[in-house]
Design a protein. Structure first.
Length: 247
């Protein structure tokens, strides 16, 4: 599919019915590289290019929130050199793109326990968050050392702390108040979750926020995921009847 076909797909999107919040599990970098006889790190380098392209495509569509699963709590099990490459790529991405992101009025947020990341990464991420904190056009929410179960456990612990301090009562705890203890407290639940690479699972991504999310799976590896695939996912999303448990 060429650029003209991508434009054709984009023109089929109903801009009045866009998903407000799109999440992407960026998967398949290693398999993409292996298929080409390259080291896994080459797949991650190519995957970063897709981040730039997809953020720009979502921005141009006026998507309000985009959440990207960059590094999970389970990814620490990977080889040391692969983890080091991922961390370097994250720093390079921020260094290269942050001025453009800021100038486009995009706010960078993170979810996950940043304290476990290397200090240079923490500094660069904090710089991006601080620089863009007042931006309002789009929120780019990045999962770093993030896990859905970890997020829920963290929320429960923080609720218990507030309960002990008398800041919250047992009868005050409900779905809305619980959301205030999540990393995504200022972000609406996911409308559309995209997972390339052929896997059909959530992999511990935003477990609380996907209760009524529409899923879109694809066999395409993340390094091959282009704007045309984002457009197709949104078109398919707009064909679905979202009833949220009703009729």
């Amino acid at each position: 599919m060429n650029k003209d076909n991508a434009i054709e797909l984009k023109n089929k999107i109903d801009v009045n019915r866009l998903p407000k919040h799109i999440g992407i599990i960026m998967d398949g970098n290693g398999r993409w590289a292996k298929k080409r006889g390259l080291p896994r790190t080459a797949g991650h380098r190519e995957g970063v290019k897709r981040v730039t392209e997809i953020v720009e495509a979502a921005y141009n569509l006026n998507v309000q929130y985009l959440s990207l699963y960059a590094f999970s709590t389970e990814n620490w099990k990977r080889p040391k050199n692969e983890i080091e490459t991922l961390m370097k790529l994250l720093i390079q991405y921020i260094d290269k793109e942050i001025e453009k992101i800021h100038n486009n009025n995009i706010k960078v947020q993170t979810m996950g326990d940043l304290s476990k990341l290397p200090l240079p990464v923490i500094k660069e991420v904090n710089r991006a968050v601080e620089l863009t904190k007042n931006n309002t056009k789009m929120v780019l929410n990045i999962g770093l050392n993030y896990g859905g179960r970890d997020e829920i456990i963290r929320a429960v612990k923080n609720i218990l702390d507030d309960f002990k301090l008398g800041k919250i009562k047992k009868e005050d705890i409900n779905e809305e108040n619980f959301k205030n203890y999540l990393y995504t407290k200022d972000i609406p639940d996911l409308d559309l979750l995209i997972r390339p690479s052929g896997e059909l699972r959530l992999s511990n991504f935003m477990l609380y926020q996907v209760a009524y999310t529409e899923f879109w799976f694809s066999d395409i590896y993340w390094p091959d995921f282009k704007e045309k695939h984002l457009y197709q996912a949104i078109i398919d999303y707009q064909k679905r009847d979202r009833r949220f448990g009703g009729v």
